[in-house]
Design a protein around this ligand. Structure first.
Ligand SMILES: Nc1ncnc2c1ncn2[C@@H]1O[C@H](COP(=O)(O)OP(=O)(O)O)[C@@H](O)[C@H]1O
Ligand SMILES: [Mg+2]
Length: 165
């Protein structure tokens, strides 16, 4: 039986913190499905299609798949025959909300386990939100996101390549 985990999120855009979690997850499971939540109510910088394409290009492999979902995560996990949900924890501040969600998901679907993974401490302060904020103010996000994401941010924001480094 294929041991499959779902790694859900917004990934707007993919960061090196996300990539770190994907790599750790793919060492534990036969297949990790990076699943982008489609939420039309939430403002995003990149469309779901753009986010999909970026993840497939940077992380896609036999063991790392990309998909989209809407509605309840546990319904999606069962439909994909996944046994686990992976979530990344950066700091204690992530924990309370993540714990609440994990327990709610367990209540809704006891067959699916939530697994918390910690990224490298080098990425403990990296978030999609801050990356967008720094990039839109002209700061360098080199090393925080894959080069493809840096390119896409530049194209979206119309800023020239960083002259630093
Ligand atoms: N730098 C990071 N290190 C570890 N986990 C991270 C990092 N950035 C994001 N994550 C985790 O990745 C998952 C998806 O994050 P995100 O794309 O922001 O979606 P969401 O909207 O679900 O928070 C979440 O579990 C989040 O905590
Ligand atoms: Mg988040």
């Amino acid at each position: 039986m294929t041991r499959r985990a779902i790694y859900p999120g917004s990934f707007d855009p993919l960061t090196n913190g996300h990539l770190d979690i994907i790599e750790r997850g793919s060492r534990l499971f036969d297949e990790v499905v990076v699943a982008i939540l489609v939420n039309p109510a939430k403002q995003s910088m990149f469309t779901v299609e753009e986010r999909c394409e970026i993840i497939a290009e940077v992380a896609g492999s036999d063991r790392v798949r990309v998909d989209t979902f809407h509605g309840l995560l546990v319904h999606y996990a069962v439909a994909r025959q996944a046994t686990a949900i992976i979530r990344g924890i950066r700091a204690v501040s992530d924990y309370e909300y993540e714990l609440q969600m994990a327990l709610m998901n367990r209540r809704l679907e006891p067959r699916v386990e939530t697994l918390f993974l910690m990224s490298s401490d080098a990425y403990s302060y990296v978030s999609s939100r801050l990356v967008k904020e720094v990039a839109s103010l002209g700061g360098s996000v080199t090393g925080m996101v894959p080069p493809l994401v840096e390119e896409r941010l530049r194209a979206r924001l119309g800023t020239p390549p960083s002259t630093k480094d």
